[in-house]
Write a protein that binds this ligand. Sequence first.
Ligand code: M6R
Length: 599
Amino acid sequence: MCGITGYIGGSDSTAVLKSSLKNLEYRGYDSAGIALVDDTVEVYKRQGTIDDVAVPTDCDPSHGIGHTRWSTHGEPSDDNAHPHTDCTGELAVVHNGIIGNFHELKAELGGHVFTSDTDTEVIPHLIEEELERGRDLYPAVSDVINRLEGSFAIAVTHADCDAVVLARQDSPLVIGHGDDGMFIGSDVTAFVEYTRQVTYLEDGDVAALTPDGVTITNDGTVVNRPITQVTWDAAAAGKSGHDHYMHKEIHEQPHALRQSLSGRLDELAGEVDLDIDIDQEVLADIDRIQLVACGTSYHAGLFAKRLFETLANVSVTVTRASEYHVTGADDPASTLALAITQSGETADTLSAIREAVSMGARTMAVTNTVGSTVTREVDDTIFIQAGPEIGVAATKTFVSQVATLALFSVYLGRTRNAISRNDAATFLSNLRELPGAVQEILDAEGEIERLAAAYGDGESFFFIGRHLGYPVALESALKLKEISYDHAEGFAAGELKHGPLALVTPETPVIALLTEGTEPQKTLNNVKEVESRGASVIGMASIEESTAFCDETVDIPDIGRMESLVANVALQLFAYHIAKNKDRNIDKPRNLAKSVTVE
Ligand code: M6R
C-alpha cells in the first residue's frame, strides 16, 4: 500500500503536501516525493520519508501531488520513488496499486526513456503519447486508464494544466473540499486537519480538481458523487500526547468498543440491531459461514467462530484468505462468505471474497473503513466503528472486530432461533461490561510494564490457550513478534505436549490464558508441564488458582466469555513495553505495512 496526496488552492501547497504525507506514512514509508506545479513541474523525491526529501522553501506552487511508498515493483530507491514523469518532464504521476500489464505496455512504448523499475512509470509515458496527439490532459488520462489492467489510484499534474486529474480503479481515492482549495488523499487521514467534507471516488471515476471544485466522469458520463462529513477530527488522527500511535490506540480501546457497540444492543430485550440489509429469511437458511481474513483479522475470525457456533448454532470455517478456494462441496445457496478486514483493501481478502461472489454465495464484510473496496463488492457490510488506526500493529480494531462479530453472532442466533432471549440478554450484558473491564487493565499498565521489563529478555515467548484463549494466544504472539522482532509463538495449550514442548527451556517465558471460556483448569496442567522444564509462567487469569500455579498473575476482570479479549489488551501492552524497551520502531515495524494490497 502507498499513500497519495494532493492539493490545489490558495494555501501553501508545499506545507499541505508535506503534512499530508506525514499523516499517510502508515500506508508505506520506504520512499517519498512531491511534484510542485507552477508553469513548470518540479519533482523532489528520494528513498526514505518525506522528512528526507529536500524540498525548497522559497517556491510558491499553485498545486502539487505527493506520494509515500511501500515497494511492490522495484526496490526502495531514489529512482523508484514517486512521482514519475514523462520524457518532457512536464507531466508527473503518483500511483497506488499495481499495473498488471506494465511489461506489455512498456514494450509498446518504444523510444521512451524509463528511469525506474516501477510498473507506475508506464502511465506518464502513455499519457505523454496521448498529449502528443493533441489531446488535453483529462481525455488523455481517461483513455490511458482504459489500457491499464490491475488496481490503481492515480493523480496526474501537467505544467500546462490548471487542474489535477485523478482516476480510481480498485484502490481508494478521496477528495476533500476545503474553504481554500481542494485536497486529495488515499484516505481521509491525509487531509482531515484541513477539512472533513469528503467525496469518495468510485471505481472507473476520472476527476478533474480545480481550486473551486471537482468534475467527475465515469465511462464518459458526468456523475455526481455525494459530499459526506467525516465524524472524526485531526486530534483523532494525531498521537494525542502518547509516544506512539500504537500506545494511543491501545488506550482508545474502551472508547472504540463503546463505538462498536453503540446503539446496537438492547441487553434487556436480548436483541441486536445491526442495520443489516440481507433478508432475515435468507440468513435463517444459512448453514455455513466461511470467514476469510488475514493476520490479526484472521485471529478475530477464530475467536468469532466459537461465538457463531455457540450463539447461533451455525457451522463456521475460518480460512486465511490467501488459502481460500471454493470446492465442489460448497453450496452457494446456504453459504455466507464473510470477509474480516480492518482496511477493506487487503488484496488476499478481496481475492477470496471475489471467488465467493463468483461461486454465487451471499457475501458480507466486517470492516473499519467506510468507502473501502470490500464494501463495494459484498452484499452487506457491518462497520466496526473503531476510528482510524495508524499504528501498523492492529490493536483497537482487533477488539472492535471481535465485539462486532459477537453482536452479529447474537443477531444471527436470534434470527435462527438458536439462542433464547434470556441467554442473549446475559451475553449482551457481558459485552456491555467489556469497555470497563478493558479500562481496568489499562489502569494497571504499570504492573504490565514491570512484567515486560522482568521477562522481556527471553529467548522465545510462548503463548498458550484453549478455545477462546487460543486465538488470543496466536494474536498476542503475532503482536510481540511484529513490533519487538522477538521470536514468539501461540499454541493451543493441549498441543504443547505433542511437539512444541521440546522448545521450552528456562529462557522461554510462557504466557497462559486462564480465563472463562478457555478451560483454565485443563490449561493449568500445561502450566505444570512447562514449569517442570524450567520456564517461568505468567498467567492471564480470572481464576484464583493462577497465583498458586504461575510465577506471575495478571488479574483479568470477571466478565464471562469475553474475558480472554480483555487479556489480549494486557498482552498488547506487554508486547508494546518489550518493544519500547528495545527501542524498536513500534508504529512502523520493519518490512511491514498497514494494509497489504498485493497478493
Ligand atoms: O486490513 P486487514 O485487516 O485486512 O489486514 C490484515 C492483516 O494484514 C493485518 O491484520 C495485520 O496482520 C496486522 N496489521 C498485524 O498487526
